[in-house]
Design a protein around this ligand. Structure first.
Ligand SMILES: [Ca+2]
Ligand SMILES: [Ca+2]
Length: 249
């Protein structure tokens, strides 16, 4: 049984509903329809989902905070020399990747991972920019004082929403820190900020197995992969070597 107040509400809503139908009925019935059409009336089209408006270009501040310290990574930690090379990377589409898991490194990624040099990875990124697959080159200075952070800026737009950044873990045979395909577009809008773990990778360009191993070039190149060397594992799982925070500018 409906209580009187509730019953009254139901009646009023019914009347309002009927009024609304009446008000829009004639328009809806005749709009664009021949009066004597023999065709059955087309069912009312569901409102089309509004196309997502473009998010437009955006710029982010990139800040890398190192976690690769002697306390966290005690195995053979090269304390006297430990540093990250300058970050290098770009925002890109699905056709360009700086790092492809399971595929051999480009010459630029191999040299970055072994020597920390941005050349020729910067040229590879510029070629991707020229091809329309990447947006702009991002670089930072090297980070040698781990009480500090490394900073840079990265541009993104609708056609290049994935951000990948790499830096050499130095000294090392061919190990590098990377964030791969970070998506800063959520629900059609650029996030205000996002913090992601930075993972240690092995580029597959050198066979050394310790930080200070002598050069041992790998030929043919091995597939790049997350670094499963014991230097970076805790309980069998890779530990983040840094964190990167993206903050919209
Ligand atoms: Ca290697
Ligand atoms: Ca090599």
């Amino acid at each position: 049984m409906l209580r009187p107040a509730r019953l009254l509400t139901v009646i009023m809503l019914s009347l309002l509903g009927a009024g609304a139908c009446k008000a829009q009925g004639p328009e809806a019935d005749t709009a664009g329809m021949p009066a004597a059409s023999a065709e059955p009336a087309a069912p009312a089209a569901a409102p089309a989902a509004a196309p997502m408006p473009p998010a437009g270009p955006a710029k982010y501040r990139v800040e890398l905070t190192p976690l690769w310290t002697k306390d966290g990574f005690p195995l053979e930690y090269p304390a006297a020399k430990a540093h990250f090379s300058g970050l290098i990377g770009t925002a890109h589409d699905a056709d360009y990747r700086i790092v492809r898991d399971g595929e051999p490194p480009s010459p630029g990624l191999e040299r970055l991972s072994e020597m920390g040099k941005h050349d020729p990875l910067d040229a590879e990124i510029k070629a991707a920019i020229a091809a329309g697959d990447a947006l702009a080159l991002t670089e930072s200075a090297a980070l040698k004082d781990f009480s500090q952070t490394a900073t840079a800026e990265v541009m993104v737009d609708d056609a290049h929403q994935w951000v990948s950044l790499v830096a050499m873990i130095a000294p090392s045979p061919d190990w590098f820190a990377a964030v791969v395909d970070v998506n800063l577009l959520e629900n059609g809008a650029w996030v205000a900020s996002k913090t992601v773990d930075v993972t240690a990778w092995d580029s597959g360009g050198d066979d050394g197995v310790t930080y200070l191993a002598a050069d041992k070039d790998t030929n043919p190149k091995k597939p790049a992969a997350v670094n499963m060397s014991p230097h970076f594992l805790a309980d069998g799982r890779p530990m983040p070597v840094a964190r990167i925070t993206f903050t919209r500018m």
